[in-house]
Every structure is written in C-alpha cells, then in structure tokens.
Design a protein around this ligand. Sequence first.
Ligand code: FAD
Ligand code: SF4
Length: 399
Amino acid sequence: MTALHPTDHKKAKALKPGSRRPAKELCSECGLCDTYYIHYVKEACAFLNQQFDQLETQTHDRSRNLDNPDELYFGVHQSMTAARKKEPIPGAQWTGIVSTIAIEMLNRGIVEGVVCVQNTKEDRFQPMPIIARTPEEILAARVNKPTLSPNLSVLEQIEQSGMKRLLVIGVGCQIQALRAVEKQLGLEKLYVLGTPCVDNVTRAGLQKFLETTSKSPDTVVHYEFMQDFRVHFKHEDGSVETVPFFGLKTNQLKDVFAPSCMSCFDYVNSLADLVVGYMGATFGWQWIVVRNDRGREMLDLVQDKLELQPVISQGDRHQAVQQSIPAYDKAVTLPMWAAKLMGVVIERIGPKGLEYARFSIDSHFTRNYLYVKRNYLEKLEAHVPEFAKRIVGQYKLPD
Ligand code: FAD
Ligand code: SF4
C-alpha cells in the first residue's frame, strides 16, 4: 500500500450522484466518492485496493493468525458470545443491540455523534445516512436498509462540524474505506460498530428480489436469511412469511446481487472494533465478536441490558457446501415441496452456531471466488485475501 500523506484533500471534488465511480460496476456506493475524500480513492476503495493485512494491523495491532481456525474465519478477536436484549427494541432488526450501544455511547458523552442510516420519508428501504446527535435519531435508524448505502457520504460533515469523538456504524466495504482515511478525519477517537453483510442489492435489485420471492412484496418491512435455512419476511401487519433458501428462484435472482457483493470477502467486517450479527449464534440470538479493547469497552456499556450465553458449534458443513456449489452455478431451483423438505432435514441435522456461520462463509466465498475468476481474472490474485484463498481451497470448484 502507498502511505496516505496528509495532503489538502479538501481541494478534491466529490463526484456527482449517479456518475460513474472509480471502481466502475464493482462500486458498492459506500459514499467515499460523494465527498472530497475521493482524493484517496485509489488506496482506500475496498474494490480497488485489497489491504486487509495492513488495515488489520493498523486497527487491531496485528493481522489475523491464519493458522488459528477461528481467526481464519472470523478475523482478529478477543471473544465471541451469543446475546440478546432482555428488553428488545421494537422494530429493530433483531433485538436492537446495535442501537442500544450507540445510544449508550452518546448518552454517556463517550462520542459526540453517530454515523448511521435512516430511511427516506417516501421509501422505507431507501437509505439516508446521517450523523445522529440524539438517541431519537439513532432509534430512527434501527432496522436494516437491505440496500447499498452510502454511509460515508457524511464524512465531510464530520470534519466541518469539528467533532472529535465519533461512532460509525457500518458494513465491511464502508469500514474498509473508512479505516483507510481514518487518520485524515481529524478525530481524537473513532469507534467502529460493524455488522456482517452479504448479498446486498441496489434499490431496484431489492424490488426484484421482493417481487420474485415474497407473496406480498409491498408490505414487507424487514427480512433476514435465518439460521433455519429460510428467508423470514416480516409484513406490516406483524405476520411472518418464510421461504426456504433452497426454493429461491435462483435462475431469476442470479444477477440481482450487486457485483460488489459478489466479489466481497469481508462478510464478517474484519476492521470493526465490535461486530454484532446473528450467524454465529443459534436461532433468536445475536452473535457478538469483540475484536479489540475499544470493542470490549463498547460491549461493557450494555452488559446489564443483555442476556448472554456461550457460542456453540455443531455439525459438519463441508458436504452441504460442496453440493451447493454446482447447484448455484447451474442456477438450479427446486420445486417448493422439495425445497421445504430439504429445509426441514438440514435444519434438524445441519450445521449450528459457529458451524452455520462457517457454512454461510464457505458458500459465499466459493461463489464469489468463481465470480471474480470468471469476470475479473486480472484482479483475482490481488483482490482475494489469503484467508479467503485458504477457505475456498477446501473445495473442488468448477472451471
Ligand atoms: P438495529 O438496532 O436494528 O440497528 C441496525 C443498524 O444497522 C442501524 O444502526 C443502521 O444504521 C445500520 N444499517 C442498516 N442498514 C444498513 C446498511 N445498508 N449499511 C450500513 N449500515 C446499515 N448478520 C449476519 O450475521 N449475517 C448476515 O448475512 C447479515 N447480512 C446483513 C446484510 C445487511 C445489508 C445488513 C445491513 C446487515 C446484515 N447483518 C447480517 C447484520 C444483522 O442483520 C443485524 O443488522 C445485526 O444483527 C444488528 O441487529 P440489531 O437489532 O442489533 O440492529
Ligand atoms: Fe468510491 Fe466507495 Fe464506490 Fe469505491 S466503493 S468507487 S470508494 S464509492
């Protein structure tokens, strides 16, 4: 990596909305290029310059130990736990641990603002990044906007506001670019609260996904690919519709995921201080990964509001992953009865806890590796990090 020098980035010009970005079709719309920090884009963009080793060392004082099986998969960490709020926040994606930590940090004066993403008035799924300065503004950002979101588009406002202590909530590609420009932001303290992220879509792609998969696309308020191998759609009236993964119309959905997400290997948000997801925990619980001391400090703030339990790991994912590779590749869609049956069987005997997380990582990394190989062969060697090469290397891939 070329070292970033403190130059006068303020002279750089943000790109206009809708204009072509330096990463071209691989752009995840992370927001960096909507600001004068575009000055650093060649080094900072997750899709132009893969640099996990350097950024892990900068953030956690060391890069992940590839010979430690848990670090190979989940990145540098001090601990992993399953947790849920004793009193869940209504309308949050899961139990609202992310929003609760952010509110606590603001209320205690640990930070002056929180970068998070609300939605526009007209469209519950259209992201609207903000710097929240009140608990109400943080609460209004709860629940996933399951679309590419330009969270870093507010970075110029941070420098202009004179804020010195900040919390940023975001997904992997946003946090990679953030870490690369962190030193240029003029902050005294930066905390990063990350979520895992996979298979994201543009707003138009989301519409197609909802219309192909849900019986009532217009009333969906929230959805998640759950540990029971089903997509759970929550509707406006509170009802929950479930669709087995194996019944998804893969042939129609193949192109729905953004090219950035098809070439991403940072599912677990390796550069956040603390990660809150669900995939390493059992059904109904969230999965918490403390990566460093700042992450520990953040989690400690809400310990009394959480029920905690150790993470578990059960089953063996390898066969299921190997079988899913050609099925995805050939866009096989099972009839619904077979998909339901397979869902029930795999839920009973399939991988659970951390093994479910490994199943999901393996399935996505093998798929994404093939995607990069077929579409961006010239990028393959440098773009795929060593940890992902080792994970993918366990499987037999088609050409
Ligand atoms: P809440 O308290 O509801 O807060 C959610 C926070 O997410 C808000 O602060 C908001 O600012 C932020 N946010 C919402 N949408 C976006 C966005 N598009 N980009 C950046 N930030 C956003 N976890 C897994 O374990 N496996 C997965 O495969 C997985 N996929 C995900 C895909 C996406 C697009 C997103 C946004 C999250 C994903 N997660 C995944 C994380 C998980 O769904 C929950 O967000 C997480 O467990 C926190 O839940 P919560 O109830 O504590 O969050
Ligand atoms: Fe710019 Fe972010 Fe797109 Fe890369 S992913 S081109 S940094 S907006």
